[in-house]
Ligand binder design. Structure first.
Ligand code: SAM
Ligand code: SF4
Ligand code: F3S
Length: 433
């Protein structure tokens, strides 16, 4: 039996799809070359913005056509949109056979085994325990699920539920397994990793995020890069900065979503910090970890955002000079608090504001990257270029892409590479050792 999985949305979804893939492989399923050749297709969905859901509706149209040629294919929808819309995805003309929301996704394998004629006993490869497929050298590790913050625009707490931190022993075991699989880089995942907190009811011992990160940093042997995503500014502690500053295997990179430069908008967004707090936090991080790379998320066109308030976002981006920014215009999401606010910024104005900050960030990103030309840096070699197989592709500690000539036997290894130039957004380099 062959399967096909499509994944949309954030790294959390990617990690969960990989766990599912591993689970299917261990139950004798094989990956199909394309959806037409599959007996089973699973779409892992996202709900964060309208565009994310529109793409999925488009894919359902595509699967209607696939089903015409291949009526026996089973189509499963899972993830955040499945959680949000549930049985609405199952109307008469829909190609969908079964919907599993974020709270029932662990039942997918049971459903498939019941459906199929397998005589074998269910082989559960500790689903949700190892979140990467074999043969890779980078892995995401969810350390918590859900979110308690209820930013007024955001659907995530509704589709993912309240925060639950994973038992650290489970996390350590997963990391040990990953090291044995040859993994070289891990990214700890949570909607707000800084609020990770686990108390062992038997020993009474408790662990917060800096404690967890420190333990992982001390335990790993072959993993030289530890990343984490995402940090809510209100919870990023001095203790975390200290752990990062003293470690040599935690990447010098923090993703710190700002969302807006206007204090009035930040209040309406329910972000629980103001621009002074954010500026001071960035300064403190830079003072303690001078080579840090800071990236962010920005929303423009939030309900009621005046031209002046938008300018504050533009100006703070211009002052802080983030290494990279993921920028969006506001999308109303039904069920969130902001859905009841008057979404009074016309679409053209939202698009205009967005394109201005995209242009600004492009200039900043390029000029910050140009400063690095001539430096020799550590790179994890990830693969070879599709256009030119003697060209290798790697990532820097700040997660920037770099291309250089080299042999395929160094794929999956760290190498020192000298940055020679910048082409578009990609560094061009040469191996020095
Ligand atoms: N938990 C992370 C945080 O607190 O920043 C990120 C969560 S969300 C998956 C990723 C980004 O999507 C957010 O930081 C925000 O910028 C954006 N986003 C969320 N809801 C949105 C909405 N309704 N409209 C536009 N952008 C949105
Ligand atoms: Fe959404 Fe805010 Fe939670 Fe991030 S912290 S997932 S933006 S509610
Ligand atoms: Fe999307 Fe769900 Fe992630 S809404 S961004 S896939 S948590």
């Amino acid at each position: 039996m062959k399967y096909w999985i499509e994944t949309y949305g954030c790294q959390m979804n990617k990690a969960e799809s990989e766990a599912l893939e591993l689970e299917l492989n261990h139950n004798s399923w094989e990956k199909a070359e394309n959806p037409d050749a599959a007996d089973l297709a699973i779409i892992n969905t996202c709900s964060v913005r309208e565009t994310a859901e529109e793409r999925i509706w488009g894919r359902l149209g595509f699967y209607k056509r696939v089903k015409k040629n291949n009526p026996s294919i089973t189509l499963i929808i899972t993830g955040c949109m499945a959680e949000r819309l549930g049985s609405k995805l199952l109307n008469e003309s829909s190609p969908v056979d079964k919907v599993f929301g974020t709270f029932t996704k662990n039942n997918i394998i049971d459903f498939l085994l019941e459906k199929s004629d397998f005589n074998t006993n269910k082989h559960l490869y500790e689903f949700n325990k190892v979140h990467t497929t074999e043969g890779k050298f980078k892995s995401f590790i969810p350390i918590m699920n859900g979110c308690n913050n209820f930013c007024s625009y955001c659907i995530v707490p509704y589709v993912r539920g309240r925060e639950i931190s994973r038992n650290p022993d489970e996390i350590f075991t997963e990391i040990e397994k990953l090291e044995n699989m040859g993994i070289k880089e891990i990214t700890l995942l949570g909607q707000n990793v800084n609020s990770y907190y686990y108390k062992n009811s038997e020993t009474g011992e408790s662990l917060d995020f800096p404690d967890l990160l420190k333990r992982i940093s001390e335990k790993v042997k072959n993993i030289e890069w530890i990343r984490f995503l995402t940090s809510h500014p209100k919870d990023l502690s001095d203790k975390l900065i200290d752990v990062m500053a003293k470690s040599n295997n935690i990447c010098r990179h923090i993703h710190l979503p700002l969302q807006s430069g206007s204090d009035a908008i930040l209040i309406k967004m329910n972000r629980k910090y103001n621009s002074d707090f954010y500026n001071n936090l960035v300064q403190k991080i830079k003072d303690n970890i001078p080579d840090i790379s800071i990236t962010t998320d920005i929303i423009v066109g939030f309900p009621g955002e005046s031209k002046e308030e938008y300018n504050m976002t533009y100006n703070i981006m211009n002052n802080i000079k983030f290494n990279e920014a993921f920028t969006y215009y506001y999308n109303p999401r039904e069920g969130t608090e902001a859905f009841n606010f008057d979404d009074n910024i016309p679409k053209e104005e939202k698009v205009k504001r967005l394109s201005e900050i995209i242009q600004l960030q492009k200039k900043i990103t390029v000029s910050k990257k140009k400063e690095k030309i001539g430096n020799t840096i550590k790179v994890l070699v990830e693969g070879f270029s599709k256009n030119n197989s003697s060209e290798l592709i790697g990532r820097t500690e700040s997660n920037e892409m770099i291309v250089f000539y080299g042999k395929h036997d160094i794929i999956g290894l760290y190498n020192m590479v000298k940055i020679l130039s910048l082409k578009g957004n990609t560094f061009i380099g040469e191996i020095v050792s």
